[in-house]
Ligand binder design. Structure first.
Ligand code: NCD
Length: 331
């Protein structure tokens, strides 16, 4: 008797492979303007509904699982809030008290959560590419699988952060076509920078990476198709917004690139001339206060750091609907 060596793939919620690919959000690279536009437009509509207290509970009765295997404040709370605003139930998986601490694999953990009813996994992981790896591993295992949303994987991408960043920019600047954003800091280790660059490009905007050579190597600029500058005043000139990045010491291994005093003197927003007069000031958080930005800059009226946090909710509401609703696009 011949046995089919390829196991049949079963999808939760009756999704086929094709539609599941459409429902994952693993990266912004490759998402075109129309797809990004659809998410942003829905997010703008959600923001209006939040303001008027008229949010429709489109995910009532649905079940989202937050699987944060790396620490988070903003992103985790934002996904929880977004899911709950839409009426979904949220389980926060606690890695530290789970069987992961007994050596259970991420695949086994995900299969267990799905078997328990999770219809969408929001995954944060310290390894680059972990979310794509889990999506493929679930398919290869032939078990039930669900949409996976990347909430930040190592130095790879942080798609919902990139989306909320362009959303925040749109609220302030309108159409981003032709606009330029200077991204200042540790771009090499930053998933935020990568996702933001993809989102800006999809919307017709450009980015310039600014920072010391160790953080902004020329080949990174070439790989992302952006200009690079090692001079903070020159690199930010004419930018409509300056997005500062956190120095990510936990991702830099033992290498110490630049003492923080020297970094601050050259690349901090507090340095005279680094932020053009009319530019918006951004940072994904958490801020190393006094290093990338000082208190006075954080209190500046051009600073939208807390707007970025608020923007996370309508943007993630749209992303969760895209993951969970078959009729997404027609909403
Ligand atoms: C970022 C992250 O964790 O990727 N923060 C966030 O999600 N708002 C940026 C960072 O850690 O520097």
């Amino acid at each position: 008797m011949s046995r089919n060596p390829v196991p049949e793939i079963r999808y939760a919620q009756g999704m086929g492979r094709h539609s599941l690919e459409r429902h994952h959000l693993l990266t912004l690279e490759g998402l075109d303007r129309a797809e990004i536009r659809a998410i942003l437009d829905r997010a703008h509509a959600h923001a209006d509904d939040i303001a008027t207290g008229s949010v429709e509970r489109t995910l009532a009765g649905r079940f989202v699982c937050n699987l944060f295997l790396e620490d988070s404040t903003r992103t985790k709370i934002s996904f929880q809030t977004a899911a709950r605003r839409l009426g979904a139930a949220v389980i926060d998986f606690d890695a530290r008290t789970s069987s992961l601490s007994k050596g259970e694999s991420m695949l086994d953990t995900a299969q267990t959560l799905i078997a328990g009813g999770a219809e969408c996994l929001v995954l944060r992981h310290r390894s680059s590419g972990a979310t794509g790896h889990l999506a493929r591993a679930l398919e290869d295992a032939g078990s039930a699988t669900v949409p996976i949303i990347n909430a930040g994987d190592g130095m790879h991408e942080h798609p919902t952060q990139g989306l909320l960043d362009v959303y925040t920019l749109e609220r302030r600047l309108g159409d981003l076509d032709g606009k330029n954003v200077a991204i200042v800091g540790d771009a090499l280790h930053s998933r935020v920078a990568r996702s933001l660059v993809h989102a800006l490009h999809a919307l017709g905007a450009t980015a310039t990476l600014v920072g010391p050579r160790a953080f902004v190597p020329p080949d990174l600029g070439a790989a992302l198709g952006v200009e690079v500058s090692h001079d903070a005043i020159e690199g930010t000139q004419g930018a409509h917004a300056v997005c500062f990045l956190r120095i990510q010491s936990e991702r830099q291994g033992k290498a110490s690139y630049l003492p923080s005093g020297a970094y601050r003197a050259l690349y901090s927003g507090a340095r005279e001339g680094v932020i053009p007069d009319d530019a918006i000031i951004m940072h994904p958080g958490p801020v190393n206060r006094g290093v990338e930005l000082d208190t006075a800059t954080l209190n500046d009226e051009r600073c939208v750091v807390l707007d970025q946090v608020s923007a996370g909710i309508p943007v993630r509401m749209a992303v969760l609907e895209r993951a969970l609703l078959d009729e997404w696009g027609g909403l």
